[in-house]
Design a protein around this ligand. Structure first.
Ligand code: SF4
Length: 421
């Protein structure tokens, strides 16, 4: 799309620090034009790459889909020993597949503009390292021209609650309400997320078909105020999530704890059997947690239920920035998140708080600690956000029903507070 208008996140810095992490984690599917371009680059074993550099990975023989081949450890075939891209080094940045050039950015329709978000699976995004994103407007517009399809500006807003749809300005007013709730500097992140869960749950029970403009904005203020009264501060006595809520939570958290590099996906029946056994262990929630990737050590499920203390300010900042960037970038509903409505999408995003804290506890407990560090939070967030909106399992009806149930029963709010103390 020519010259797209972009809304950029003001809180976020990012530059690539060549860690090579994205090139080890992602499966890069390529278009026919990209396949031809890479063939024309004439890679040979003398370049240090494993041949062939392209694989047929899906589709019938008459409609093949191709991806970049991978090394034995799951890293891209073009990744060198220093963590650098051989295509980039030999032919320049523009010669790489578009998916590689765009990561970690994501562009989402927002009426007359496009909202830009970032994936927190990148450690530099989590650490806020690099150039302010708002200073990269020119480069992002050039990328936007390549990735935003023609006509995307006509995309309607997602429904609010699965029934009612308002126009873009009113839809964006709800997003601004969420951002406002999360920007409050006087409360910890778990309280702010808890309030946002409360007022969006009320939204899910409301009808909006006759409300527009000022009425919608007045309603949002009322909902936000009701949520603040309901949860004025971090409670002294916490309600434990219900047994069913904990069961649903564990089955969801297992999806976020997975590692799915090409090496993992190629592990065949043995790999799938191991994953099945791990999911069963998560369902029971007793004994040792099966380590779904090497970052995690086997520790008892019970070890993660004890208190790990309140979050420190640096961890609170990372999580606040994460949620605000995802909300400002519309990276939680509609085309950015399995085409789900606003309320359901926000509840899935809110679940990222207890998921990240649970994974951070797992990392801390595995290292013999009873308090979380910023590194635990950062690593847990890179692991969890890799899947959020991208793992097919999370978009399946069973996962979506569990998230809806957690919100309807109040367990979602309880989980947010429980794992933040
Ligand atoms: S082509 Fe280059 S940038 Fe893309 S995944 Fe491979 S090594 Fe990374």
């Amino acid at each position: 799309m020519a010259n797209p208008r972009l809304e950029l996140p003001v809180l976020q810095n990012w530059s690539c620090h060549n860690c090579g992490g994205c090139c080890r984690q992602h499966l890069i599917e390529i278009t026919e034009a990209e396949r031809q371009r890479i063939i024309d680059q004439k890679w040979t074993a003398a370049d240090g790459v494993r041949l062939p550099v392209i694989e047929w990975h899906a589709g019938p023989p008459w409609n093949k889909r191709y991806r970049l081949a991978h090394q034995a450890d799951g890293g891209c075939v073009f990744l060198d020993d220093r963590g650098l891209c051989r295509i980039h080094a030999k032919f320049g940045e523009a010669a790489k597949p578009l998916a590689c050039r765009v990561y970690p950015y994501a562009f989402h329709p927002a009426g007359k503009t496009f909202a830009v978000s970032l994936r927190y699976s990148c450690p530099s995004v989590v650490a806020n390292r690099g150039t302010p994103v708002i200073k990269q407007a020119g480069e992002l517009r050039r990328l936007g021209e390549l990735v935003i399809p023609p006509g995307a500006e006509k995309t309607p807003p997602p429904t609010l609650n699965g029934r009612d749809r308002v126009d873009w300005p009113d839809f964006l007013a709800f997003c601004e309400g969420l951002d406002h709730t999360l920007a409050d500097p006087t409360s910890p992140i778990a309280v702010r997320i808890g309030r946002a869960v409360t007022w969006t749950t009320l939204m899910g029970q409301s009808a909006f078909e006759t409300l527009r403009g000022t009425q919608i904005r007045e309603l949002i203020v009322l909902l936000m105020e009701a949520a603040r009264i309901d949860l004025p501060a971090f409670p002294e006595n916490l309600d434990e999530p219900t047994a069913l809520g904990q069961l649903y939570f564990r089955t969801l958290v297992a999806q976020y704890a997975r590692k799915d590099t090409v090496a993992d996906l190629s592990a065949g029946w043995m790999g799938r059997w191991r994953l099945f056994l791990a999911i069963m262990a998560f369902t029971r929630g007793q004994g040792e947690i099966p380590p779904l990737q090497s970052a995690f050590k086997p520790v008892p499920f019970a070890a993660l239920k004890q208190t790990f203390g309140p979050l420190d300010p640096a961890s609170d900042e990372i999580l606040t920035r994460y949620f605000r960037v995802k909300i400002q970038g519309l990276h939680f509903c509609g085309p950015a998140y399995y085409d789900v409505p606003f309320v359901e999408g926000f509840h899935s995003l809110a679940l990222m708080l207890p998921v990240t804290l649970w994974l951070a506890r797992w990392l801390a407990a595995g290292a013999g600690r009873e308090r979380l560090t910023v590194e635990d939070i950062s690593t847990a967030l890179t692991i969890a956000d890799h899947h959020h909106g991208y793992s097919p399992a999370l978009g399946q009806l069973a996962s979506r029903r569990r998230v809806r149930s957690l919100a309807e029963t109040g367990d979602l709010g309880r989980l947010c507070l429980w794992y933040a103390h």
